[in-house]
Ligand binder design. Sequence first.
Ligand SMILES: [Zn+2]
Length: 86
Amino acid sequence: MSEEKKYKEVENNKITKIKYPIGGFAPGHYISKCITCEEQFIGDMYANQCESCAINAVNESNIQAISKIHKLEAALDTIKEIVGKK
Ligand SMILES: [Zn+2]
């Protein structure tokens, strides 16, 4: 496979390995208003977030998910101690 074919080319001729959609954003030619910052952006017909807000939202969501996993792991350790399996 040639080097070019490994990468997805987006409409602005920028070569990227980024896999879209990210949150509410995907590249495209449509002008939309971001549901988060309410500024106009250019993206896919169905995109509802600008790229910056989409990336920030996904990062925040990941941080919250990791925090929740840590709490669940701690709770599981407590349960294991109570039932004597640790
Ligand atoms: Zn935005």
